[in-house]
Design a protein around this ligand. Structure first.
Ligand SMILES: *Cc1c(COP(=O)(O)O)cnc(C)c1O
Length: 459
């Protein structure tokens, strides 16, 4: 050990890592070597016991242990919003604002004009309300807004604040699970309210809601079917008619809208899809949405609604347990400004939705020829991208993908090599081929993607 630490090889290690870590790593290497010598001395050569070999082993071990587990990946699945892959990438302006705010102190909860304590959501509320006013056809009722850590928290906070101890009316067709263990009945139960299911899975009428109202009712909840569709013999009252019922009965109507979409998705060939602004226009008392779905911002939960209700949510001690960090506020305010200043195409999710499929095909063709030359069996094929992540179930965007195979690699092995390479590439497999959909790959990454595929070639 003494000789080891004096050596030039160890000096390199000590220049990179703290002494204590280097010593432990070297000790582990020496212990392993001793065990191996006892177990099978024949296989251990002098070379294995050299100072250089032990130091190299320690360096490899330290590099492995001290590496980031969270890494950037290339998403070649064509699924724009994948919860497993972190949902929406941020715009450059949002990234810059995160860096600007992260670097030092900021007036997170501090009013510079008066020197008094402020609220975190003051950095977001005016922008959100401005955006709603700018995009709405008619002026809405007075609104207020707040932000929590995600939409699940927003929903929980709303139900817990407004309905604990009472009943929440939900259609059986909306008493659902939305990816990642977000189950409407469980959220309601854990919030201390009682679920009052009405209607049937496929058909719920306004009269079902009306008949379920009792003195115990605290809220009517509408949940967006974010990750499934019910087709065929179906019926569901409009949000507007629920709002009218709520007004007659003196009950808040809470819309868990989820997607946070403010785009006209019809322009992207996705029809019949819930829009967050429509929920506001319909007069719902309170609306919850994710910040990192179709809005294209950071993970957070947006709550917009009647000022009296928002004030109650803010006053709930649980709101403190759900407050977003300053980096989230920085990314969200910059994302909202992209929309407000008419630069929404700088928001990656919006840009990916709008990508022209002819341009996608050209990029696929270029990569297909390069990969064919490298020895792959590669072809450009028509594919369908989806928004995913609990947004527009059943809707697809026509796209193009590279169908990839190699005579010496099964598709599962090729997919594994892609995932475990640098950078990791996540792809779909279909019909014994790996499919690389370029809609979710930034064009400037095409080169890196091709290189990552080439690196999978068998030696
Ligand atoms: C996605 C979604 C949620 C959960 O949102 P998170 O931001 O993932 O917490 C809740 N409700 C609806 C309707 C959703 O679409």
């Amino acid at each position: 050990m003494g000789r080891l630490l004096e050596s030039a090889a160890a000096r390199d290690l000590l220049a990179r890592w703290p002494r204590a870590l280097v010593i432990t790593a070297c000790q582990q290497q020496l212990n392993r070597l001793r065990r191996e010598l006892f177990a099978n001395s024949m296989s251990i050569t002098d070379e294995h016991c050299s100072v250089e070999a032990v130091a190299a082993g320690a360096a490899a071990e330290l590099e492995r242990r001290l590496a980031h587990s969270l890494r950037p990946v290339i998403n070649a699945t064509g699924v724009l919003l994948q919860t497993n892959l972190g949902r929406a990438p941020l715009s450059e302006a949002a990234i810059e604002n995160v860096v600007r705010i992260a670097r030092g102190y900021a007036n997170v909860e501090f009013r510079l004009a008066t020197g008094s304590r402020g609220r975190r959501d003051e950095h977001i509320e005016p922008l959100l309300l401005e955006l709603i006013a700018a995009r709405s056809a008619a002026p809405s009722k007075p609104l207020a807004a707040t932000v929590v850590n995600n939409c699940a928290a927003a929903t929980f906070l709303a139900v817990q604040t407004l309905a604990a101890g009472g009943e929440v009316i939900v259609s059986r067709g909306e008493s659902v699970e939305i990816g990642g263990g977000f189950r409407v009945p469980e959220i309601i139960e854990r919030s201390g309210a009682t679920l009052r299911e009405v209607g049937t899975t496929n058909r719920t009428r306004l009269s079902d809601y009306t008949q379920a109202i009792t003195p115990q009712t605290r809220m009517i909840l509408r949940v967006h079917r974010s990750n499934f569709r019910i087709d065929g013999f179906t019926e569901q009252p409009s949000l507007v008619s629920l709002v009218e019922l709520g007004e007659r009965a003196g009950l808040p109507v809470f819309h868990d809208q989820g997607t946070g979409c403010i785009l006209r998705l019809e322009d992207h060939g996705i029809c019949d899809e819930s829009n967050w602004l429509d929920s506001i226009a319909s007069g719902a008392s309170l609306i919850a949405a994710s910040g990192d779905k179709l809005l294209g911002g950071p993970q957070c939960g947006l709550l917009v609604g009647a000022p009296g209700l928002i004030a109650q949510l803010r006053a709930n001690p649980l709101a403190r347990a759900m407050r977003p960090g300053k980096l989230t506020l920085a990314a969200l305010s910059a994302t909202l400004l992209e929309y407000l200043e008419g630069r929404e195409h700088a928001v990656p999710v919006v840009a990916m939705l709008s990508l022209d499929s002819v341009a996608l095909r050209e990029r696929c063709d270029a990569l297909t020829s390069r990969l064919s030359r490298a020895g792959f069996d590669a072809a450009t094929v028509a594919s369908e991208s989806v928004t995913g992540g609990g947004t527009t179930p059943g809707a697809a965007l026509p796209s193009f993908a590279i169908a990839l195979a190699h005579r010496a690699l099964r598709e599962a092995e090729l997919a594994r090599r892609l995932r475990t390479g640098e950078p990791p590439v996540v792809a779909r497999t279909q019909h014994e081929r790996v499919l690389l959909d370029l809609r979710t790959v930034p064009a400037e990454m095409d080169d890196a993607l091709a290189a990552a595929v080439e690196a999978c070639l068998p030696a």
